[in-house]
Design a protein around this ligand. Sequence first.
Ligand SMILES: Cc1cc2nc3c(=O)[nH]c(=O)nc-3n(C[C@H](O)[C@H](O)[C@H](O)COP(=O)(O)OP(=O)(O)OC[C@H]3O[C@@H](n4cnc5c(N)ncnc54)[C@H](O)[C@@H]3O)c2cc1C
Length: 402
Amino acid sequence: MDFAYTARMQELRQQVGGFMDAHIFPNEQRYHEQIAAAGNPFAHPAIVDELAAQARTLGLWNLFLPESPLGAGLSNLEYAPLAELMGRVVWASEVFNCNAPDTGNMEILAQFGTPEQQARWLQPLLAGEMRSAFCMTEPDVASSDATRIQLTIQREGDDYVLNGRKWWASGALRPRCAIFIVMGKTAPDSPDAHRQQSMVLVPRDTPGVTVVRNLTVMGYEDPESHCEVTFENVRVPISHLLGGEGDGFAIAQARLGPGRIHHCMRCTGAAQRCLELMCQRVTSRIAFGRPLAEQGVIREWIAESEIEIAQARLLTLQAAWTIDQQGKKAAQDMIAMIKVVAPNVLQRVADRAMQAFGGGGMSSDFPLAFLWTQGRTLRLADGPDEVHKRSIAKSALRRYAK
Ligand SMILES: Cc1cc2nc3c(=O)[nH]c(=O)nc-3n(C[C@H](O)[C@H](O)[C@H](O)COP(=O)(O)OP(=O)(O)OC[C@H]3O[C@@H](n4cnc5c(N)ncnc54)[C@H](O)[C@@H]3O)c2cc1C
């Protein structure tokens, strides 16, 4: 295994890091001010467009999409340190058109979309002009088991008719979100539980689609929006089917592989930022006659955080390397492992940093509390920890319990 940064990676790292220092960190406050001024928590702030135009000119655009002529042509391993840098600020990835859930949606459109579907939805997504949502989870069934989903997709002549209810569709209330990728059942009675599902492309403005509400995330109104959506006799032409009938489960697996490790890369970056903020704070703040940094307990938090971040980074790189060298299937266990590790590391490091910040750590004056919620929610989003551990254990038992 060789995770050494190539010359190209080092150059890109410098470029993305330089961009973060010059344009993202200095505008963190402005981003929130522009959203507040818009009077809509999901508004698209002008600063994102301004900076995206600059990033695109510099070629820092669509850096994900490994092995595709549509992206920057980076491998997963090459992309990892760049996504880590972007993860230091929650909205930065969008400036580089590398944000969830659009990246995962673009990947499956690139992999499974017809030329017509790609022209209509993938191209504007790649250009950053459109946003998308992925609708799989349902409030009425345990959706960590995708075979349980209930939304129906029935063929009627040249149309599919959709009926059902989804929630946690991230991005669905963003002003530019125009397309939903919806997973439902075309063959609920098929004896093969993994061939019952299909995916259909549904424009947000299709009659019968209702974005019912946004769900707060641990009390936060996340600018990304996470929505409950109902589908009542929603009719789309059969040409809106993504892949073939019965391919839905397999497409979901394809989507979640690299998407999961992108989250992990960003989590590592977010944890790194929390650690750096903690170090800066404890050296400048005096209590009981000396800087907080001189307290043994605080040094322990710093050391533990440093160790855990290094472990998460290495495991992420190993997962990325395995996908590149041996394919997604061979990397399945690695992806599951890092998907458990990285959000937990972020949660623990952010928690220590919040404690070191005192009351300030609980406020929105610093990014720590929101980053903590990112770690906490990512222990559920894209599959709960327990489900990943289940598959890791299954695989270990297969290997060792002979
Ligand atoms: C911020 C956020 C954004 C999200 N974005 C999206 C999105 O864009 N699109 C989308 O479709 N979904 C999205 N989700 C939903 C997310 O993927 C689901 O919440 C997750 O997959 C779990 O499904 P569920 O909520 O139905 O939990 P359930 O399936 O009801 O599971 C509940 C709990 O049961 C336990 N459990 C389940 N199975 C097992 C097992 N085999 N062994 C042991 N314990 C088990 C776990 O602890 C699990 O947390 C998002 C969620 C959040 C919080």
